[in-house]
Each structure stands twice: as structure tokens, then as C-alpha cells.
Design a protein around this ligand. Structure first.
Ligand code: AP5
Ligand code: ZN
Length: 217
């Protein structure tokens, strides 16, 4: 399946993407994780991305689209993928459409994770991620690691993301409403949007998502 995951910061996109990608046997492609990997490897792209990310703004389309395109080519897009955090505005959605068109493929669904803003704030405040791989995501109380400060997956050190500070989170939410939400209407006009609630236990949301996606097939 070819799926795009959307939802506000802290909705649980990363948490669900890892689980869904495993169950559906498709690669998880997260532009946020790709940027964070570039930051930890101190690449030029990482340096550029960090200045935007720390302020809670979107990284410019040109570099983001090029990076996503590279990653999708590597992953053999025809065989399916789960995009997490991309596209994030209408021009990225148009670029993705173009890319898929040249490959002769289309999206199967856009899964929209709905969660109230006060819950988002609580989730982000308690989030801890792994130094080795930012797709290893925990929460100090909702999804606590077995040993405090240590990643269950790889034993790496857990830390709080630089862009999870309160004032940055406010900007990220604003950016979501003004720039990312419009892609939901864009995809609604293509009949692709499936909205589910992202409230409740993590495993239940995965089941909800799989059920909703089954109906889209
Ligand atoms: P990105 O990394 O994509 O961040 P985001 O979209 O803001 O989303 P988050 O990672 O904050 O949240 P999430 O929905 O994945 O939630 P999670 O699963 O972690 O992007 C970061 C930045 O990179 C952007 O601001 C931008 O600068 C740049 N960027 C990325 N893509 C870009 C693009 N396409 N164009 C331009 N710039 C781009 O869950 C959150 C917490 O809640 C965790 O602690 C988790 O354990 C917990 N949790 C999850 N599910 C539940 C549950 N059901 N119940 C209780 N707690 C839960
Ligand atoms: Zn880890």
C-alpha cells in the first residue's frame, strides 16, 4: 500500500508509522527522522535543516522534496511506502503527485490522525527519543521505557528533542494549521482521506488504522 500519514505534531504519527510499516511490510519514510539523522551526522543538509526545525518552521521545499524523492527512489516506491511528515504543504503534495505520476502509481490512502490540542501538548512535553535513531520514541508516563532514560530498542540514551520546547511547539502547531491542514482538503478532493481518532492505547490505534485502511483497499 502507498500511504501518507498526516496529523498535528505529537499526534502519534511516528509511533504508529513504525507499527503500521511493520504490519504492512512497507518502508517507513519520515522526513523528520531523515533531517534528524542529518543533524546528528553534521551534514550540510543537517545544518540547514536545524535552523528551521529549532524555530518550529518548515525546512524549504526545494531541499525537502529532493530528500524525500531520493529516499523514495531508494525504497522502490512502487512496492509501497508509508510517508510520515511529508508532504507538509500543498506544493509538496503537488510535487509528490508529479513524482508518483512519472512512476505510473497513485496513493491508496491519506490517514489523518485526529487528536485534541491539549493532548498534543501533554504528549510532546513527555516525549523522549533515542540518540541513535529518532524513530525510537517514548513518553515518560504514557509509553515509558523499561529503564528510565534508556531506549528499549537499542539501549541508546533517551533525550528531549530541541524543538519540543513550549514556545517552539506553539509555532509548530500554527504552522500545522496554516500550511499542513490545507493538504487534507487537497487529498479530500481526490477521495483519499481516512480520518481516525488518535486517542487511546497505542495498540488500539494501530488496529483502528489497519481496519480503516482495509476499507480503502
Ligand atoms: P517531524 O519529526 O515530522 O515532527 P512533527 O510532525 O511535528 O511530529 P512529531 O514528531 O512531533 O509527532 P508525532 O505525530 O510523530 O508523534 P509521536 O509518535 O512522536 O518534523 C519535525 C520538524 O522537521 C518540522 O517542524 C520541520 O521543521 C521539519 N520537517 C519535517 N518534515 C518536513 C517537511 N515535509 N517539510 C518541511 N519541513 C519538515 O508521539 C508523540 C508523543 O506521544 C511520544 O512521546 C509518544 O510516545 C506519545 N504517544 C504516541 N501515541 C500515544 C498514545 N496513543 N497515547 C499516549 N501517548 C502517545
Ligand atoms: Zn534506540
Amino acid at each position: 500500500m502507498r500511504i501518507v500519514l498526516v496529523g498535528p505534531p505529537g499526534a502519534g504519527k511516528g509511533t504508529q508509522a513504525v507499527r503500521l510499516a511493520e504490519k504492512l511490510h512497507i518502508p517507513h519514510i519520515s522526513t523528520g527522522d531523515l533531517f534528524r539523522a542529518n543533524i546528528s551526522q553534521q551534514t550540510e543538509l543537517g545544518k540547514l535543516a536545524k535552523s528551521y526545525m529549532d524555530a518550529g518552521n518548515l525546512v524549504p521545499d526545494e531541499v525537502t522534496i529532493a530528500m524525500a524523492k531520493d529516499r523514495m527512489e531508494q525504497a522502490d516506491a512502487e512496492n509501497g511506502f508509508l510517508l510520515d511528515g511529508f508532504p507538509r504543504n500543498v506544493s509538496q503534495a503537488e510535487a509528490l503527485d508529479q513524482l508518483l505520476q512519472t512512476e505510473g502509481i497513485t496513493l491508496d490512502a491519506v490517514l489523518d490522525l485526529e487528536v485534541p490540542e491539549d493532548e498534543v501538548v501533554k504528549r510532546i512535553a513527555g516525549r523522549r527519543i533515542c540518540r541513535n535513531d529518532s524513530s525510537h520514541v517514548f513518553h515518560v508516563s504514557y509509553n515509558a521505557p523499561k529503564q528510565e532514560g534508556v531506549c528499549d530498542v537499542c539501549g541508546g540514551e533517551l533525550y528531549q528533542r530541541d524543538d519540543d520546547r513550549e514556545e517552539t511547539v506553539r509555532t509548530r502547531l500554527e504552522v500545522y494549521h496554516t500550511q499542513t491542514e490545507p493538504i487534507i482538503d487537497y487529498y479530500k478532493s481526490q477521495g483519499l482521506v481516512v480520518t481516525i481518532s488518535s486517542l487511546g492505547p497505542v495498540a488500539e490505534i494501530t488496529e483502528r488504522a489497519l481496519e480503516a485502511l482495509k476499507r480503502e483497499k
